[in-house]
Design a protein around this ligand. Structure first.
Ligand SMILES: NC(=O)c1ccc[n+]([C@@H]2O[C@H](COP(=O)([O-])OP(=O)(O)OC[C@H]3O[C@@H](n4cnc5c(N)ncnc54)[C@H](OP(=O)(O)O)[C@@H]3O)[C@@H](O)[C@H]2O)c1
Length: 334
């Protein structure tokens, strides 16, 4: 059982339109919270608009006044905004840099919480976040979580404070994930899949379990000031994960692990390919350290995380069934 919970009713979610955000917002709505989701484009969050206690608002989260306006009257803020590929930043028309999204934005979120008297902040970091880490993603995630935790520790002169909890998940799986679904597409499309960093280890966590941990911690005082590593029950090498996905979708693709030099060259080539980036050199650097938890899943949340094998077959096999009809749809122009 959880301890004496703080009553939290109004929650503002940044990044609520994303893969993880949508699950958190659904669970918050089920827990009778009124939720305000901030987004750059309202149509990105169209699946959430239909929920009766959820409002979706277009906002510029990098604008201090806009942020303060959106946070007024909130009992809690959840910041999930993060990027895998950093741009050069600096000007609005350029893609935001890691520093802007993972460090500058959390700084502004904390300032707006303190300014508007929001007492509770949940912050999304990532397993492996480390100010001294090998990639810019990990270093900036590390700096962001450190400044958020620090802000939660220091009481202000005006007596205002914000109780902070940080979450550090390994790779997250679930329907619409970008990780397993990407490999499912690759093994279906190609007979041979050259795999960079094949020995890197992950401990995937189910997206619904991440959302449950967020909702459980929201009003739970024992989680204030804490950072939690979130992992599923088992760890796998990347090669084992891709082989597992291939088996599920009935692919006989040959997975060819690449050595360090070829892995780097593949990341370099993919970084400069036009269109949506599959991988960058920064991702390659992130994969130099294993993404696994040192301990077991935090017992304070009151549940055990789902095994990958119990969930992934449902949506990956479904994807395969849907994929069979893609050709007909294309022909019928639907
Ligand atoms: N997925 C994983 O495996 C995983 C693992 C560990 C940690 N995480 C962390 O979990 C968080 C959520 O991940 P996700 O997979 O749900 O990501 P996602 O699907 O890409 O969603 C990211 C969200 O951030 C918002 N966003 C992105 N760039 C923005 C910008 N420049 N300005 C304002 N908003 C921006 C987007 O909002 P709009 O487009 O609606 O404005 C979107 O809702 C991230 O912080 C990520 O680092 C994810």
């Amino acid at each position: 059982m959880l301890g004496d919970r703080v009553n939290i009713k109004n929650v503002c979610v940044l990044g609520g339109s994303g893969f993880v955000g949508r699950h958190i917002v659904h669970q918050l709505a089920q827990a009778d919270c009124r939720v305000r989701v901030l987004t750059r484009r309202r149509e990105r969050a169209k699946g959430l608009i239909v929920l009766p206690t959820v409002e979706v608002v277009e906002a510029n989260v990098f604008d201090a006044q806009d942020l303060a306006r959106q946070f007024t009257g909130m009992d809690a803020v959840i910041n999930l905004i993060g990027i895998l590929h950093g741009g050069s930043g600096g000007r609005p028309e350029r893609a935001r840099s890691f520093e802007e999204v993972h460090v500058e934005l959390p700084r502004r979120v904390v300032a707006a919480c303190l300014g508007e008297g929001v007492p509770r902040l949940l912050h999304m970091s990532a397993l492996g976040a480390d100010r001294g880490g090998p990639s810019a993603y990990q270093r900036t995630k590390g700096a962001g979580e450190a400044l958020v935790l620090e802000a939660g520790r220091i009481p202000r002169e005006d007596g205002r404070s914000v109780a902070v909890t940080v979450f550090r998940p390994s790779v997250i799986f679930g329907p619409e994930d970008t990780f397993l679904n990407l490999f499912a597409r690759l093994v279906r499309l190609f007979p041979v899949v050259p795999l960079a960093n094949a020995k890197a280890r992950f401990q995937p966590i189910y997206v619904e379990d991440v959302a449950r941990a967020y909702v459980a911690s929201l009003g739970e005082p024992r989680t204030f000031g804490q950072a939690y590593d979130l992992c599923g029950p088992a760890s796998y090498s990347l090669e084992a994960l891709v082989a597992f996905v291939a088996r599920l979708v009935g692919s006989h693709a040959r997975i060819v692990p690449l050595g360090p030099r070829l892995s780097y060259l593949q990341a370099l080539a993919l970084e400069f390919m036009p269109g949506r980036k599959l991988m960058t050199r920064d991702n390659f650097y992130s994969l130099q350290t294993d993404n696994v938890c040192a301990g077991s899943f935090p017992s304070i949340f009151g549940f055990d995380p789902m095994p990958l094998e119990a969930v992934a077959p449902r949506y990956l096999r479904q994807g395969m069934a849907g994929g069979r009809y893609d050709g007909f749809r294309r022909k019928a122009r639907r």
